[in-house]
Design a protein around this ligand. Structure first.
Ligand code: HEM
Length: 431
């Protein structure tokens, strides 16, 4: 079991416990006027329909049938709200972030696994930790780190080349390693993992001079690995299925490298490549690695929909539906079209003021618990994809039609009935 699935399961158990304790003291208002699916069972409400690896269709259907604010039944008759309405998302994630917080199961699991790092604290302590960590993810620091990113990626490139040149298999299984699998991730070995320096200003820690730093590093590694490797695996899968996009991207990279006499890109050169940027954005839009985040209402608060709502126990923010809302993105919102990022974005989208930190998307959510590593993950994706696409061609494997992306806490590909994450893709050298 991966840490993310453990997180999800403990999260659901904790939601149940908190709901049971509190629901008797809540007054609900306006919820009954909100449309939503019927509850198939008082015991589980709609939770088993919402949280399972094949829940994509259910999420799509509730958005199509009921819109961007949906009444959901939680377990034991609890009051749930499912949203991708931009004002409601702003209230939950930004304005009233202290009220709508991570559930206790999520916090407790992270505390047990990683110590009291960023993923397991609340309120003042959490804000203090974020302040300490923010400089690590500044553009200036990203600029410094890019040679390390390239160094690691060239090791992967050389490893793949020598396997292909020695007549190794042309189908590589891109394994989406999980954090709990150990230090090997996407061809990178432990010794060459990116070095991150965190300056601790915390004098509460006395056991070991670096104990705070270590907790934060473990937390960051966990939050960074499954998410970014899921995004990169998805992007390679899409490129294998869209040879025209792959070729256009390759041409952009080859031409830019030619102008540099084959040297690695600097940070500014890499982020300025328009098609690479469009391909990454479109993948993170339509295939967000984390499809949903949930929050527990720690006290009563009003969510300002057409008719304001109070008395909530649990809120689910649908990243999946927010990023492909046809009212904002247009009729082709369901299609993977990198070109959409090369033209002006729809007016309706700009006016909606999506409360996400990145590019009108909810992929990295927004507010005080938004993804602190979103720039880091962009850079990592761009370095790896630019090196791979320049040197290798990707094509669908014979088992392509059996690939299924599961809707876990972090999405993962499986093949057929084998639940082990794997992604077979054909790979050959660019001539
Ligand atoms: C494509 C890659 C990534 C995606 C889609 C992603 C997405 C997210 C999302 C949705 C959250 C909010 C979780 C919640 O509220 O329950 C989050 C939080 C977080 N992410 Fe990421 N993430 C990615 C990569 C990274 C990377 C590379 C790092 C670090 C190097 C990172 C570090 C974190 C941390 C520490 C948090 C917790 C922030 C807090 O509670 O203040 N993530 N991420």
């Amino acid at each position: 079991m991966t840490a993310t699935s453990l997180n999800w399961q403990l999260g659901v158990i904790a939601i149940l416990a908190v709901i049971l304790l509190r629901r008797f003291f809540r007054r609900k208002y306006g919820l009954d006027n909100l449309p939503g699916p019927v509850s198939p069972s008082w015991l589980t409400g709609n939770f088993l329909q919402l949280f399972n690896p094949y829940a994509w269709k259910f999420h799509e259907s509730i958005a199509k049938t009921y819109g961007s604010a949906v009444r959901i039944h939680g377990p034991f008759g609890a009051n749930g709200l499912y949203i991708f309405d931009s004002k409601a998302m702003h209230t939950v994630l930004v304005k009233n972030q202290d009220i709508f917080e991570e559930n206790d199961g999520f916090l407790l699991t992270n505390l047990l696994l990683f110590g009291d790092g960023l993923l397991s604290t609340l309120g003042h302590r959490h804000r203090k930790q974020r302040k300490m960590l923010t400089p690590v993810f500044s553009s200036a620091h990203m600029r410094d780190m890019i040679p390390t990113f390239f160094e690691v990626t060239h090791k992967l490139e050389n490893g793949l080349k020598s396997r292909l040149q020695s007549g190794g298999p042309q189908i590589q299984e891109v394994r989406r390693h999980s954090f709990l699998d150990g230090p090997h991730c996407f061809g990178a070995d432990g010794a060459s993992r990116p070095r991150i320096l965190v300056r601790s200003s915390d004098n509460e820690e006395s056991a070991h001079p670096y104990s705070r730093t270590i907790k934060e590093l473990v937390t960051l590694t966990f939050a960074a690995m499954d998410t970014t490797s899921s995004a990169m695996a998805r992007l390679l899968h899409l490129l294998s299925r869209h040879p025209e996009v792959q070729e256009k991207l390759r041409q952009e990279i080859i031409e830019a490298k030619r102008q540099k006499d084959g040297q690695d890109f600097s940070y500014d050169e890499l982020v300025a490549l328009p098609y690479l940027d469009a391909v990454c954005r479109e993948t993170l839009r339509l295939y967000s690695p984390a499809p949903i985040v949930d929050r527990i209402a720690r006290q009563d608060a009003v969510v300002p929909l057409l008719k304001p709502i109070t008395g909530l126990d649990v809120v689910m923010v649908s990243i999946f539906n927010a990023n492909k809302n046809p009212d904002l993105w247009g009729k082709d919102a369901d299609e993977w079209k990198p070109e959409r990022w090369l033209s002006p974005l729809p007016e309706a989208l700009l006016e909606a003021r999506i409360p996400g930190v990145y590019s009108h998307l909810m992929t990295f959510i927004g507010g005080g618990r938004s993804c602190i590593g979103f720039k880091f993950s962009q850079l990592e994706m761009k370095v790896v994809i630019s090196v791979l696409v320049e040197n290798f061609k990707f094509s669908p494997s014979a088992r392509d039609s059996e690939i299924l992306w599961q809707m876990n806490g972090v999405t993962a590909p499986i093949v057929g009935k084998d639940n082990h994450p794997q992604l077979p893709i054909g790979i050959s050298l660019v001539d």
